[in-house]
Ligand binder design. Structure first.
Ligand code: IPM
Ligand code: MG
Length: 360
């Protein structure tokens, strides 16, 4: 089987970690007799430097024509002062919109062997997926910065949701929940926001619209409470579905439950087309190019690509098992190292090699 994969290394550690993911995918290809073809494309700061825009048309074209997209990270201080549309992040939002990637799945799983790296003293079992709406809400609503009649500088962003946008993300969450424990929390701010009141109404209507969903327990939770419950008792969550900005914030919060943001993979999927796989962390410019980054979120994102875009369940599971073995043997990148006996720090490329070696 042959698959074409577009690779966006991007900026900072994005470049290093995609190299490690590729190593792992190449091992899978060799072992299972697949052919993975990679096409490197530009996005983010490097694309601004080389082409003047954060998301060149060529990148969108290559991604659309690929079977899947692997993305490292974008952004860095060098490009922080540009206008909104000329920032690396605009490239990321642009590719999400161009590919129609409305559902972002962020699995938050604490590996048993990393319990010591979790911020909680007695974490219990942590295994949830945050389903984040990805191409709506304040990220994409009307916005403006202006000077008002009194001479004050003013700015606004609009959080807008249409019923069909809520319905399709709710369905994505329910579909996932049917394969898991069947417990869904829909997170909103319905005590204040109109967009959240519509969100709640549509999520419930979607829940009752399909008899199959009757197996699912649906509960609402306000986002401020959810932020608190995530650290108070994360074991109560299985699937969380929420709008774009809330999902962005809650997933960073949830990531430290797994030891580090460097452990959190993600998959962004569209209704029918190509999926994009990226770690939840950013480009970490402070450690870029020093072989210190944790490539595991990127490698686990590649595993999600195999499972969700290529139907390669066994191969994805093999990567996840290899990651767990490497951790069980005590290898840690700096972000998940807590100085415990039997553990030692390795660099980004060593971590990639270790996963490859443990794939057998
Ligand atoms: C994420 C990131 C992005 C987001 C940034 C880099 C624009 O934080 O993927 O969570 O806010 O969506
Ligand atoms: Mg984020």
């Amino acid at each position: 089987m042959k698959k074409n994969i577009a690779v966006i290394g991007g900026d900072g550690i994005g470049v290093e970690i995609t190299v490690e993911a590729r190593k792992v995918l190449n091992k899978i290809a060799a072992k299972f007799n697949y052919e993975f073809n990679y096409t490197d494309v530009l996005m983010g700061g490097i694309a601004i430097d080389e082409t003047g825009v954060p998301l060149p048309d060529e990148t969108v074209k290559v991604c659309k024509n690929s079977d899947a997209v692997l993305l490292g990270a974008v952004g860095g201080p060098k490009w922080d002062t540009g206008p909104g549309h000329l920032r690396p992040e605009a490239g990321l939002l642009g590719i999400r919109a161009a590919l129609g990637l409305f559902a972002n799945l962020r699995p938050v799983k604490l590996f048993d062997v990393l319990a010591d790296a979790c911020v909680l003293k007695n974490p219990g079992k942590i295994d949830m997926v945050i389903v984040r709406e990805l191409i709506g809400g304040a990220y994409f609503g009307k916005r403006e910065t202006y000077t008002d009649d009194s001479g004050a500088r003013a700015a606004y962003d609009t959080m807008l949701y249409r019923d069909w946008e809520i319905e399709r993300i709710a369905k994505a969450a329910f579909k996932l929940a049917l394969k898991r424990s069947g417990n869904v929390y829909s997170v909103d701010k319905a005590n204040v926001l109109d967009s959240s009141r519509l969100w709640r109404e549509v999520v419930h209507a979607t829940h009752t619209s399909n008899p199959e969903y009757a197996k699912i327990t649906l509960s609402d939770m306000l986002v401020d409470n959810a932020a608190m419950q995530l650290v108070r008792d994360p074991s109560q969550f299985d699937v969380i579905v929420t709008e774009n900005l809330f999902g962005d914030i809650l997933s960073d919060e949830a990531s430290v439950l797994t030891g580090s943001l460097g452990m959190l993979p993600s998959a962004s999927v569209s209704e029918s087309g190509v999926g994009l796989y990226e770690p939840c962390h950013g480009s970490a410019p402070d450690i870029a190019g020093q072989n210190k980054a944790n490539p595991l979120a990127m490698i686990l994102s590649a595993a999600m690509m195999l499972r969700l875009s290529f139907d390669m369940d066994a191969e994805a599971a093999a990567i996840e098992a290899a990651v767990e073995q490497v951790l069980a043997k005590g290898f840690r990148t700096g972000d998940i190292y807590r100085g415990l006996e039997g553990t030692r720090v390795v660099g980004c490329s060593e971590m990639g090699d270790l996963v490859v070696d443990n794939l057998g």
